[in-house]
Write a protein that binds this ligand. Sequence first.
Ligand SMILES: [Zn+2]
Length: 559
Amino acid sequence: MKVSNMVGERFKDRPSYCVNDHHALLVKGGYIKQVSNGVYSLNPIMTKMVNNIESIIRKELEFVGAQEVVLSSFAPIDLLKESNREDEKAFKFTDRDNIEFANIKGAQELAIQLVRDSSNSYANYPFAIYQNKVEFIKGQKPSGGLINLKESIYNQMYSFHTSTESLDSKYEEYIKAYENIFKKCGLETYMVNDSYDNSSHKQVVLSDIGEDKFVICDSCAYKASFDKATGHVENSEKSEKRELELVVTPDVTTIAKLADFLAVDVKKLCKSVAYQKYTDGSFVVGFIRGDLDINQAKLTNLVGDELYTAELSEDSILSGGFIGPYQMPKEVEVYFDKSLMGIEDLVIGANQFDKHYIGFNVERDFGNVEYVDLADVRDDDICPICSNKTLKVKNGVEIACLSKSDDQMTKNMSMQYLDVDGNNKNPIMGLYKIDIIRLAAMVCEMNHDDYGPIWPMTIAPWKVQICCLRCDDEECRKYADELYNKLIESGVEVLYDDRKVRPGSMFSDADLFGCPLRVVVSPRNMKNSCVEIASRDKSYLNKPSLDEAFDDIIKFLSR
Ligand SMILES: [Zn+2]
């Protein structure tokens, strides 16, 4: 490729609307062009990178036996009715034959439709199919540069199994394949648990640009999504039981005011948070130590219903600001966080306006309770695995997810096979996804300097860039042309800057292209019978003779 005919426009200044580095560098370097907010087209340089990433993905997935397919871009509505996902459609249209089509997030219906007739014996299993597909996500709010786009390129994979053992064992292989993919792309990722039962995981790059939070243990391998993470706190200070006593606390409706008013440690207070269930509006209250916060997702999981913050009025059975476990109306569902375990005398709301109880003892005054995990994990909480106070809450970007599903979808869509005893069964599925644009964006985010991306050799759009500083100088031009042709003939992906531009602008473009190796051909070098070869990451610099330059490049590339 010659820069003189390259499609794509580069900019001198950092575009002001770009919120983070990868976004700024990819726009500035002419990799992408905005079509609409959150929608981009890719220029040839970005397309080459995506192709390189897809090749890595193909190689690793084929290695674990997955097979590539191309699924139809739209599904007939009847297919979505079979899976009961019709309501999730992004948009639909009716074609000239009066058939309604729709598109939907993920392609499991089309994957099942493709294989359900041919996979009717247990002997066909397990297997997995995958595709790379552009998908438009309706309702997506664009943010974080290229992190949350309305449209991205996804690798979607679906696996089919006759037993949970088969799913478990292939799942481990797919995790390994994913780890290999990201490592080959030059990205350090962490696999975090993303479920309460270890059935789904996310591959995450830790970065401050990430809007999601993850909990990582500094002492052991424990990693989980923030809403799925478990931490512990200690109640080490011994306290004595005392009499339950009602105290008047006028206008003291917050934890901070209460600790102040009663002059007690906030860790002796019981915080109450009231919610209502979506289905019937009934009340649910979570109790937790005063210095901690309730994680609504964890409570939702325990309750088994969606929750919203309780709307309390004067007529409500709960007295907002003074809610507590003692003499709580029977119809309210209550949950106690583990952080309250072992505190002998708590301060609690009295369920009466302007009043609290002091000296509350859960077991004596409420009864035996099953303590549950409701708390948001904080830095330095105790790890559930190694028991060290080394949990850390970090921001990150999810670039892939894997999940073990069940046979519900194949049941809904009547996909069956005959088992070894001749009985009809529905296969169970695994679902897997990689966001390829997000992956490329994060490689740039984690591998760049002020001037441009520093692409790893594996995904770089070109491995070598030749900068011919004086293309109007016959000697320079002739040498650069010959080197370019020789490299291409040897199968090296090479970019050749043959423009008549100032060296400064040629070098700043080269920084934006981010090719791992740069070869500078200039009249001054020619005079010394040499070229200058330097790596983009500045770890390699050499001035081989004109005759040795080709071999030096090949040697570097095969390191
Ligand atoms: Zn740990």
